[in-house]
Write a protein of this length. Structure first.
Length: 261
């Protein structure tokens, strides 16, 4: 009888331990952070909104997280507080090696950013994919952006443009274009289109085409990134599976379609 009680007690103890581990792997509240970057993530009337916000909410709901606290910081601050365990989740983050040391990436793409060229609507010109016809064109690019390693990056490095100006925001890029300081600027399609619509500038600026089609100069993937100090790799895997399930059942595309232009 004593042995049976010992075994039963041991089993109960293990069950309680397993429950504690499960609770640890599946937090009830997630503290999420990112930058203000509409229409991906922004605050309107005090509420977090946007394409990435909607995806994060649905993915975490599917793993049992019903409470998410969203905070918006300048990007470097958002990275810092997640790296040092003050927040659970940094989202809309590109992959790099330093971040892998302190964070777990969810290995399912959150946002596929598409960078294109914008020009004044009254100007009639196209740009070839190899940028061999831009020697008379001035362009504005975002300060600090690397722009990958493809044809556009090569065109910048080999000084194919007549002149390159730097901008710190979409607003500054638009101002440079409308003030005729540059002939075009490069920008992330959805945020730029959101800004143009918000400011009523759709009739003044449009996208540079090649043979009637948008010419994407860069495609950039971003992800969810959890702090290793806050969550377990098992929880991160659950979120990945939820993201993949969303893509398989059409939920992901349904969310994205609400923000397309």
């Amino acid at each position: 009888m004593g042995l049976n009680r010992y075994i039963a007690g041991t089993i109960l103890f293990c069950m309680l331990c397993s429950s504690a581990v499960a609770a640890e792997k599946n937090p009830e509240v997630i503290l999420a952070t990112t930058l203000h970057y509409p229409p991906y993530e922004y605050r309107e009337d005090g509420k977090p909104k946007g394409l990435a916000v909607d995806i994060v909410k649905e993915a975490l709901h599917r793993v049992g997280v019903e409470q998410i606290e969203f905070r918006f910081f300048p990007w470097k601050r958002a990275v810092f507080v997640t790296e040092h365990g003050e927040r659970d989740l940094l989202f809309n983050a590109g992959k790099n090696e330093p971040r892998k040391k302190w964070g777990y990436y969810v290995d399912s793409v959150l946002i596929q950013q598409s960078y294109v060229l914008f020009k004044r609507k009254t100007d009639q010109f196209g740009v070839k994919p190899d940028f061999s016809n831009v020697d008379d064109k001035d362009i504005s690019i975002r300060a600090g952006y690397l722009y990958g390693s493809g044809a556009f990056r090569q065109a910048l490095d080999s000084h194919r443009f007549h002149k390159v100006e730097l901008a710190n925001s979409t607003e500054q890029s638009v101002r440079q274009l409308l003030n005729e300081r540059v002939d075009m600027f490069v920008g992330d399609l959805l945020p730029v289109m959101f800004y143009l619509q918000e400011k009523g500038l759709e009739d003044k600026i449009d996208i540079v085409l090649h043979q009637g089609e948008r010419m994407e100069v860069l495609s950039w993937s971003t992800y969810l990134l959890f702090s290793k100090l806050r969550v377990s790799p098992e929880f991160v895997e659950q979120v990945r599976l939820a993201m993949e399930q969303m893509k398989a059942d059409g939920t992901f595309d349904s969310i994205v379609s609400k923000y397309e232009y």
